[in-house]
Design a binder for this molecule. Structure first.
Ligand code: ADP
Ligand code: MG
Ligand code: MG
Length: 928
């Protein structure tokens, strides 16, 4: 192993921004800011390699690392003219986790480390504030006990309550009838006086002794060793593991550990701490944006315990429409309270954004008027913000259009395409909070993460309501449709995590208070006077509008998304560089229109079976299935023909000028028969067949394994009249639309074929019908004939199939099932375990199994194109809308992907990124 420790301080750093893998994002950012001459408290980073070695050795630090730590502490001491473990000139440090990818709040950080009774007294002398020193000390004991010694925080709640009552007595506040929340409001931490703090510290130590059997460690070196280990251990805590799985962060990365000299934002009213974004992370607006708290330590802002103040006066800071701010906000803004520190911070943020060429998320602390930066990283943002920031940065010339395309995660733009609250609909406004993460969400109220997970598991939509969220709630946030918190600001845990997940979130909704399994909502009139209150219980429905911060009672209707100009612009750039065409899977004129509005360039899969489930049609369908001979079947099919023709007319009109691939009937026929006795009786009456006979017929059609049974083109081999009717409906509709002067491009697709002969038979059938229809209508339309490739045999004999088929469309859902021999409907029981055990990196039904299924796609491509040059190739499975699978389809040289209408923009962007990535893999360009 190379060096274990990278030092930063006084304008020099061993590491830099390029070394995220080794130093973690936080360590690399601290090193880079130090190099840029930005004020950063000095410190050092213990590398991710040390973390991995620590785990490899069964949780032991590798030999030599302790010595390097001592040496680095020595460097810190001489730089700061202070000593670690000394009471005269105490050096306190923070010990901070920080992985390669940002995992906000998932791992542990300990502040104010290096304290004992004497050092606390020394700190009081040095700073002239006993209250401050004791407050730092008791906070340190609290977090250290929780994180390192495993004594949970809530064990100390009571002690803190006692200290508050203590202080209340001294302040002359009557606290006897207050509950703990009210007490905290009356006697916040800042009012705890030295006497109550000293007593609190004693009680905390007793609690530790009682819980662990050992006294709280007094030796700063031992504290440091314990904290470093705990930071490495936190890489593996439950919430970090959940977070990694959700964001595909490999376990093998490990975390770095940063040890950094403390600066204090809680040294009085000339101190403070905050979080800033160089652009608005929710909307993407270009304005310096953030929050701060006077006289507070960093964690206070993120923990959401106090609701923070804005950094800028409203209307200042670059953006014209910052909105929201009022006079009280203006007066408490950092800009108003500490203009010099604010100006310095504003300059630093501009410089950092220019330097990193992306939106930055900053953490800062002001110690007695002096500004320090404690973190910078690429800021998390909503899909909406990602699009706006990328496009505006490209317009500003900060990045190229190509970079802008690559900047936006295609998965995240999904959020933009989804519906929002229908402003015109009647609704009852309950309360207003901060618009922390946009999107509309309706669900049943739940008050705990476990409950959220449980009810979501039962298929319920839930809204997680908490006073504030903590990293332990991550699984509940994942399960919920939206998150509502009573406390915390725009940068609170709930807000940050929800934005990362693309979930609706309303934070800091102070009108609500949550306790004992219900939520009380205070109702205010227009003048802000409380006029009453309502209680909302678990299971009640509410609706959040994360874009405005409004909370409504009940379910509120939504309206389709309106796409922004920036979005259209980015999509335009993407369309100009992508090679893959993007079509949509659409079965109805309505879906076809949606798809076209989202930029679909045709329909890649129009399923005909859904068309048969309508009330009026299912009868004819059942009649057809139940008919005893061909004549009976034809009579029933004749009733279906006009319906089918009507469906295709609508779809062709919507897709004027674009290809429409129609798949002939695919599912086994028993899917259309009634599933229960009541329906069966009803059908019996309607068609005049005895219920007994119906039951017999239904049993006769039942299959052991319908997926591999009598379905797809196998239906046409035994009952050709079904496909005949469908072909006729398609061609009659095509002729009719063409007659109206609308360009039409029908493509008839045969499902589940595996032999040339199946295609030869069905093709002859389609061509026969076509000639008849053309003669009847007195006009011809171009129609292409092709097949799906969804069986391994089909891929293997693709050369033969291509003799008959003019196009292939890979049906990757079935092709995955049949290649893996895994039924998608039964996979739920074990696929999770397969992913967990690392057998599959991802669910192969979501993200294409490239080595297996992908190899068959390539085989079919090669054999098919060898037999028929110019053979058109597409894909219409779920994978057509999955960005990483699209990467493969680009490399495989397919002509198009087809996905559901809402995924079309995602696929367009992913296809553009795939093209750019493939291009840069082929060789560097002269210019970007
Ligand atoms: P996270 O990764 O959860 O953001 P951090 O390591 O950034 O955790 O620490 C949390 C907070 O503690 C930060 O917001 C920062 O303000 C504060 N903090 C960390 N180190 C120091 C320090 N050396 N001096 C003052 N505050 C610190
Ligand atoms: Mg942390
Ligand atoms: Mg941080």
């Amino acid at each position: 192993m190379a060096r274990s420790i990278y030092f930063f301080g006084a304008g020099q750093a061993d590491g830099d921004a390029q070394q995220k893998d080794l130093l973690g994002g936080k360590g690399a950012g601290l090193a880079e800011m130090t190099r840029l001459g930005i004020p950063v408290p000095p410190g050092f980073t213990i590398t991710t390699e040390v973390c991995n070695a620590y785990y490899a050795a069964g949780k032991a630090l590798p030999a030599g690392v302790e010595g390097e730590i001592d040496a680095a502490i020595g460097r810190l001491e001489s730089l700061l003219d202070a000593r670690f473990g000394s009471a005269d000139a105490p050096l306190l440090v923070s010990v901070r986790s920080g992985a390669r990818a940002s995992m906000p709040g998932m791992m542990d950080t300990i502040l104010n480390l290096g304290m004992n009774d004497e050092i606390a007294a020394g700190l009081a002398r040095r700073t002239g504030s006993e209250r401050f020193a004791l407050d730092a000390y008791r906070r340190f004991i609290l977090t250290y006990s929780d994180i390192v010694l495993g004594v949970p925080r809530d064990r100390f709640e009571e002690a803190l309550g006692l200290a508050r009552r203590d202080a209340a007595a001294r302040l002359g506040v009557d606290a006897t009838r207050l509950n703990s929340a009210e007490l905290e409001r009356k006697v916040p931490d800042s009012l705890l006086d030295p006497g109550s703090l000293a007593a609190l510290i004693q009680r905390q130590k007793e609690i530790v002794l009682g819980a662990t059997g050992n006294p709280f460690p007094d030796d700063p070196r031992a504290q440091l060793g314990g904290a470093i280990r705990a930071v490495f251990d936190s890489w593996n805590n439950h919430r970090a593991q959940v977070y990694r799985k959700m964001h595909d962060i490999p376990h093998a990365w490990g975390t770095a550990c940063n040890v950094q000299a403390m600066v204090f934002g809680n040294l009085g009213d000339d101190s403070g701490t905050g979080v800033a974004f160089t652009r608005d992370p929710s909307t993407g607006e270009r304005r310096f944006y953030g929050e701060w708290l006077p006289n507070a330590q960093g964690e206070d802002v993120v923990a959401g315990v106090r609701t923070p103040h804005p950094l800028s006066r409203s209307g200042s800071g670059g953006g014209a429409t910052s909105g929201g701010g009022d006079d009280a906000d203006d007066a408490s803004s950092l800009e108003a309270r500490m203009p010099e520190a604010y100006a310095q911070l504003a300059a630093v943020q501009a410089r950092l954004e220019q330097h990193f060429r992306d939106m930055q998320d900053l953490e800062f602390t002001i110690q007695r008027g002096e500004l320090f930066l404690l973190q910078c990283r690429t800021g998390k943002r909503t899909g909406r913000a990602a699009v706006r920031i990328a496009v505006e940065m490209a317009r500003e010339g900060l990045i190229s259009q190509r970079e802008a395309i690559l900047r936006v995660d295609p998965g995240s733009i999904d959020q933009l395409l989804h519906p929002s609250i229908d402003e015109g609909a009647p609704k009852r406004l309950l309360a207003r909070g901060l618009p922390a993460s946009p999107g509309a969400a309706t669900g049943q109220v739940v008050f705990s993460a476990d409950e959220a997970e449980r009810r979501a598991g039962q298929g319920k939509a839930v809204i997680l309501v908490r006073s504030e969220t903590s990293p332990e709630d991550i699984h509940g946030m994942k399960a919920a449709r939206g998150v509502l918190t009573a406390r915390g600001g725009m940068t609170s845990h709930a807000a940050v995590v929800a934005r990362g997940m693309g979930k609706s979130c309303v934070a800091g909704c102070s009108a609500i208070s949550v306790s004992q399994g219900q939520m009380a909502v205070t109702i205010y009139d227009d003048h802000g006077h409380a006029t009453g209150s309502i209680t909302v219980k678990a299971g009640d429905l509410i609706t959040l509008d994360g874009g405005t911060g409004r909370v409504y009672l009940g379910a509120v209707p939504t309206v389709p998304a309106a796409l922004s100009g920036e979005f259209e612009e980015l999509m335009g750039w993407a369309d100009a560089v992508r090679r893959l065409r993007v079509r949509s899977n659409a079965d109805t004129p309505h879906d076809a229109r949606t798809a076209r509005n989202f930029g679909a360039e045709g329909i890649g899969l129009c399923r005909t079976e859904h068309m048969f489930f309508d009330e009026e049609r299912i009868h004819a369908m059942r009649e057809m299935i139940l008919a005893d001979g061909e004549a009976g079947r034809r009579r029933a099919l004749a009733k279906l023909l006009p319906f089918q023709r009507g469906d295709f007319l609508g779809v062709f009109r919507e897709m004027a000028g674009l290809p429409v691939t129609i798949r002939l009937l695919d599912p086994p026929l028993h899917e259309f028969l009634p599933q229960d006795e009541a329906q069966l009786e009803q059908l019996s009456k309607a068609v005049g067949v005895s219920a007994k006979e119906l039951r017999r017929k239904s049993q006769e059609l039942a299959e052991y394994n319908p997926m591999l049974g009598h379905r797809g083109c196998r239906l046409a081999i035994t009952s050709p009249e079904i496909y005949e009717m469908q072909a006729r409906a398609i061609l009659e509709a095509a002729c009719e639309v063409a007659a109206a002067g609308i360009e039409v491009e029908p493509e008839i697709m045969i499902p589940l074929s595996m032999t040339r002969r199946e295609l030869a038979i069905t093709r002859a059938l389609v061509e026969g019908v076509a000639e008849q229809v053309f003669a009847e209508k007195g006009r011809r339309v171009d129609v292409r004939f092709g097949t799906m490739i969804e069986l391994p045999r089909a891929a293997i004999v693709a050369g033969e199939l291509a003799e008959e088929a003019e196009f292939f469309s890979f049906g990757t859902n079935d092709l995955t099932q049949t290649t893996l021999g895994i039924s998608r409907d039964d996979a739920g029981r074990f696929l999770g375990a397969y992913v967990e055990a690392g057998i599959f990196a991802k669910d192969p039904f979501q993200s294409l199994d490239v080595p297996g299924v992908g190899a068959l796609v390539e085989l079919a491509r090669d054999r098919g194109r060898a037999a028929r040059p110019g053979l058109k190739l597409g894909i219409c499975g779920e994978h057509g809308g999955d960005p990483s699978s699209i990467g493969f389809f680009e490399r495989a040289g397919l002509d198009y992907v087809s996905c559901s209408p809402f995924r079309v923009p995602v696929a367009r962007l992913a296809a553009a990124q795939a093209a750019l990535t493939a291009e840069s893999a082929r060789g560097p360009r002269a210019t970007d």
